[in-house]
Design a protein around this ligand. Structure first.
Ligand SMILES: [Zn+2]
Ligand SMILES: [Zn+2]
Length: 583
């Protein structure tokens, strides 16, 4: 029995239906497959489970003998002969073509039968030579959408989402640190250090001085994690078991800082730095530096943090010493978006709080989900009240950290919230988030979130655009208006540290900050380990030029208490005063 879930099976039947329609089969047949696909997609139980339980698939309404046999074949062998045969009648690229948004089965059928186009390359050509435009329903707007999709595919070719690559990279860094004596440091460089959303490779700099041979021998032992392809000078080229390119540069005390800058990139940045040095008659690679700060200093520049090296105007700012002092991980005093086993978290409140305390936080809010649509084990008002009692008890008995009661309350489709105002008022911290009806049009969605921000008890909007990188696009929302209302209603916006979200993204963080919106960096942790991800949220904030006074949870506990206990409409003034005092 294969581990195939319903959505995969439904997809196979949907593709069959589309291919039959393109082939010009009887509508009765392809519609039947489409219906089956829909039925399977909506089943509350997994088909593999139903089969394992020995139940008859034909008892499911909409599934007859022929389909039931096909499902059994798919689940037991992992393949379906009928489907494979059908696929062979078309070019290899047909599956990619089916996935292009904006092209339904009818158009696909015309594209294939009238233009002879059966893959993405052909589709691009048919746009370029104007033939696609001659087909019905292929107006300028549709074609523009298709073109954008093709561009996106091309742009993401060879790139991996950071949330996929980071754990792999961390595993490699740890393996080197644990297994080999490194007299300097093992540091992530490249796109991961800059925290781009997608990366082309993992880049690591290792300070091992002259132990190159021993180091290579050691790396060979890690062949379950990666395989070495080539060694050129001090650079080792490898491929991880996930198929990601890996570059390890070995360095020594003299070169480490400059190597780290070069490997961190982007390339343009390093070239510009080399050029600036040449102007001063300095050969950077010949010099010896203690750290990166010294490298920039020797060229007459202010230090440029790795997170800002992508920014085109950053050299100009460094020349005039106008890069502000950015927020750092040590500035963060609390985490205000944390889940526990009360909803969909993996660790108890005690465990989460203990971890937060050991990370040096002064306060933490436990914000489990509201009952909402019944997903994520959300809390009914009764359970929320019970949970608050538990928090109060723990807070009274624990030293060294303050525990806030809280909730991540669903913003319903119309902007109302899952809990009554009375209940919300009883909480210390309310994170309001969109978790459903994500396809609403821009006006409806914007108004929905505005309504939530206008609630006097909502502290912060969680993961504003709800995107998941590579998995789910952002909602359609008017961010300028949201930022304005956030500022005017004194609602903070969250920078979510989870790498799959990175939401708000750097560009929007920058905009919100410029418009005077208060920001909060949260982890949205679902287990103890997640709490450490705060460093990524801080990196996003840095990419948006945030200083500590732009981030509410850099306030010490007492100041933060004053902020949440002040009337919401006055929080902007209160915040400014508090930061003035703390400075
Ligand atoms: Zn959420
Ligand atoms: Zn959450």
């Amino acid at each position: 029995m294969r581990n195939i879930d319903n959505s995969k099976i439904a997809e196979v039947f949907l593709v069959i239906s589309v291919l039959l329609e393109i082939r010009g089969d009887d509508p009765f047949t392809y519609r039947a497959y489409r219906n089956v696909s829909r039925v399977i997609d909506r089943l509350p139980h997994q088909l593999t489970q139903i089969i394992q339980d020995g139940k008859d698939l034909k008892e499911i309404p909409g599934i007859g003998k022929a389909i039931s046999e096909k499902i059994l074949e798919l689940v037991t062998t992992g393949e379906l002969e009928y489907y494979e045969k059908l696929l062979k009648e078309f070019p290899d690229g047909i599956l990619e073509l089916i996935k292009v948004p904006g092209i339904g089965p009818k158009s696909l059928s015309r594209i294939w039968n009238e233009l002879g186009v059966g893959d993405l390359v052909g589709l691009q050509l048919s746009i370029d030579d104007g033939s696609l435009k001659t087909l019905p329903r292929m107006g300028d707007k549709v074609i523009e959408g298709i073109r954008r999709h093709l561009d996106l595919l091309q742009a993401s070719a060879g790139l991996f989402p950071t949330h996929v690559v980071m754990p792999v990279a961390q595993k490699i860094v740890n393996a080197i640190q644990d297994g080999f004596y490194v007299n300097l440091d093992v540091l992530l460089a490249g796109e991961l250090r800059r925290l781009e959303e997608e990366v082309s490779k993992i880049s690591i700099v290792c300070g091992i001085d002259d132990k190159q041979t021993e180091f290579l021998d050691f790396l060979q032992q890690l062949n379950e994690i990666f395989v070495i392809n080539d060694v050129v000078g001090s650079k080792i080229f490898a491929t991880t078991s996930e198929g990601i390119d890996l570059e390890i540069l070995t360095s020594d005390k003299r070169k480490f800082a400059i190597d780290l800058i070069e490997q961190t990139g982007p390339n343009d940045h390093f070239q510009e730095l080399m050029y600036a040095a040449k102007e001063e008659n300095i050969e950077l690679k010949e010099c010896s530096f203690i750290d990166e700060v010294q490298v920039y200093k020797c060229v007459g520049l202010q230090f440029i943090p790795a997170e800002l090296r992508f920014f085109p105007k950053i050299f100009k700012m460094a020349e005039t010493n106008s890069i502000p002092e950015l927020v750092s991980v040590n500035d963060i005093k609390g985490d205000l978006h944390v889940h526990s086993t009360w909803s969909d978290g993996k660790n108890s409140i005690d465990e989460m709080v203990e971890s937060a305390r050991s990370l040096g936080l002064e306060y933490v809010a436990i914000t489990d989900h509201s009952a909402g649509l019944g997903i994520a084990n959300g809390l009914t008002p009764e359970r929320l009240i019970k949970k608050n009692l538990e928090i109060q008890k723990l807070d009274n008995s624990i030293e060294g950290i303050k525990i806030f009661s809280g909730s991540e309350v669903d913003i319903r489709f119309d902007g109302s919230l899952d809990y009554s105002d009375d209940l919300l008022q009883s909480l210390d911290v309310v994170v309001a988030s969109v978790h459903n009806s994500m396809n609403q049009d821009r006006v409806t969605m914007t108004n929905r979130i505005i309504r939530a921000m206008e609630n006097p008890f909502v502290t912060v909007i969680g993961h504003l655009t709800t995107r998941k990188i590579g998995l789910r696009p952002p909602i359609d929302v008017d961010l300028d208006t949201i930022f304005e209302v956030a500022r005017d209603t004194c609602t903070a916006l969250e920078i979510n540290s989870s790498l799959v979200r990175m939401d708000l993204k750097d560009r929007y963080v920058n905009k919100a900050r410029e418009m005077g919106v208060a920001l909060i960096i949260n982890t949205d942790s679902h287990n103890c380990e997640d709490l450490k991800a705060i460093e990524y949220g801080v990196k996003i904030a840095k990419r948006g030029f945030c200083q500590s006074h732009n981030i509410v949870n850099t306030l010490s506990l007492n100041a933060f208490l004053k902020w949440i206990r002040s009337e919401k409409s006055k929080r902007q003034i209160v915040l400014a005063e508090l930061f003035e005092k703390e400075a």
